[in-house]
Design a protein around this ligand. Structure first.
Ligand code: PLP
Length: 436
């Protein structure tokens, strides 16, 4: 063996001297799983290459955006053309409306939208808009759901339904989170009770429809139905955070799947990010026209951004959405993703390892548990040490998965049947070690 880790180690040392933890977003630092992060030098199709020259099959996909894999020719061409025309104008461009039209076409609950630069901004702005539109202060979020790092959302549950949350980050004053109520995901009775206690003050309920920030946990149909009905009854807005699921689980997002099960289902506001920007800093929030018209310059709710609707980012997003809107795109992607989960489950069962998984479109999750969890408390039953062994075992065999137990995985249209087979074979070898 050569000293294969050396280039990554050297880059990590350099980065740590200059950037807190050596990374620009904490999960990248491998703190949960230990070891040195792979420093990526390039990506092509389903693969990444790191500084050691290792080829890795990529199931992180930049945490969701890279649904076409890396370096898709149609996207590259659109981006190159846009760059040649100029980086940023701070003035409107036609492409912003083209992208808005493409989004609205696939998501009928979005009548108007605004482009921003990150999912965090989308969440922060959607909440301000919900508060402004309703004239109320309180917001409801769910344990284990992540909606970006806006102050009011960095909060954990208080001691009961009458008590609001506590800040989970230093630097967030308690006063900023005192209007955030954190409830258990998929608990209809608790949501009903919260509305019974605070209904007249609740501006919005915000939720991930398939929670990818606790690996992969679906909102049950009764839970989603209750959220919609309670919001309507009490005059609160339902915000569905599709930053991860939008264009990823289905062309119309997760909301299109719930609309098939719940007659008339539609959120009031939707957050988008990740796939909508195709790998560039672009996100959006949108919804009912009369709500969106509360935004400046039409209405009293302020929201802005120097780089919002950036011409290069919109070109990238538009080219990406046009590809994912091709006939059968999601059906093919879903089939491949299901094949991966089924292969992992089979290999684990053969080797005597308890594993269960789930997927929708190109989003997936698996747990070293006998049954799928339904909320964050159940997700916490997972054995972190075993997960870390699985993670490192896969990485050593050239398979790059999220370096944390609480993260969903992503398959792209560039992943071939051969990539899936190679991944399952690598996992089988790791399961054998885990079982012994
Ligand atoms: N909402 C969800 C569901 C997310 O998964 C994320 C990021 O992972 C965000 C919001 C925040 O997006 P960003 O990281 O672009 O700020």
């Amino acid at each position: 063996m050569t000293h294969a880790q050396d280039p990554n180690d050297a880059l990590f040392d350099h980065a740590r001297a200059l950037i807190p933890g050596g990374v620009n977003s904490p999960v990248r630092a491998f703190r949960a799983v230990g070891g040195t992060p792979a420093f990526i030098t390039r990506g092509q199709g389903a693969y990444l290459w790191d500084a050691d020259g290792r080829r890795l099959i990529d199931y992180v996909g930049s945490w969701g955006p890279m649904i076409l894999g890396h370096g898709h020719p149609a996207v590259l061409e659109a981006v190159h053309r846009a760059v040649d025309q100029g980086m940023s104008f701070g003035a409107p461009t036609e492409r912003e409306s083209e992208l808005a039209e493409e989004i609205v076409r696939h998501m009928p609950a979005i009548e108007m939208l605004r482009l921003v630069s990150s999912g965090t901004e989308a969440g922060m702005s959607a909440i301000r808009l919900a508060r402004g539109a309703t004239g109320r202060s309180k917001i409801v979020k769910f344990n284990g759901c992540y909606h970006g790092h806006a102050d009011a959302l960095l909060v954990k549950a208080g001691s009961g339904l009458a008590t609001f949350g506590h800040a989970t980050s230093a630097g967030v004053p308690e006063v900023v989170v005192q209007d955030t109520l954190v409830l258990e995901y998929n608990d209809v009775a608790q949501l009903e009770e919260a509305f019974a206690l605070h209904g007249a003050q609740i501006a919005c309920v915000i939720m991930e429809p398939i929670a990818g920030n606790m690996n992969f946990v679906r909102a049950s149909i009764p839970f989603m139905r209750a959220a919609r009905e309670l919001c309507t009854k009490h005059g609160a807005l339902l915000i569905i955070d599709e930053v991860m699921t939008g264009f990823r689980v289905a062309l119309g997002g997760a909301q299109s799947l719930y609309a098939k099960e719940i007659a008339g289902f539609a959120p009031d506001l939707t957050m988008l990010g990740k796939v909508v920007g195709g790998g560039m800093p672009l996100a959006a929030f949108g919804g009912r026209r009369e709500v969106m018209e509360q935004l400046a310059p039409l209405g009293p709710v302020y929201q802005a951004g120097t780089l919002s609707g950036n011409p290069v980012a919109t070109a990238c997003g538009l080219a990406t959405l046009r590809e994912v809107a091709q006939p059968d795109f999601h059906a093919r992607l879903a089939e491949r993703t299901r094949a991966l989960i089924a292969g992992l489950a089979r290999a684990a069962a053969d080797e005597g390892v308890a594993l269960c998984g789930d997927s929708e479109g190109g989003m997936m999750g698996y747990f070293l548990l006998p049954e799928l969890p339904g909320n964050y408390t159940e997700v916490l039953q997972s054995d972190g040490a075993r997960f870390n062994r699985l993670f490192h075992g896969l990485l050593e065999r050239g398979v790059y998965t999220a370096p944390a137990l609480y993260e969903a995985g992503f398959v792209s249209s560039a992943h071939s049947a051969g990539d899936i087979e190679e991944t399952v074979a690598a996992a089988r070898a790791v399961f054998r070690q885990l079982a012994s």
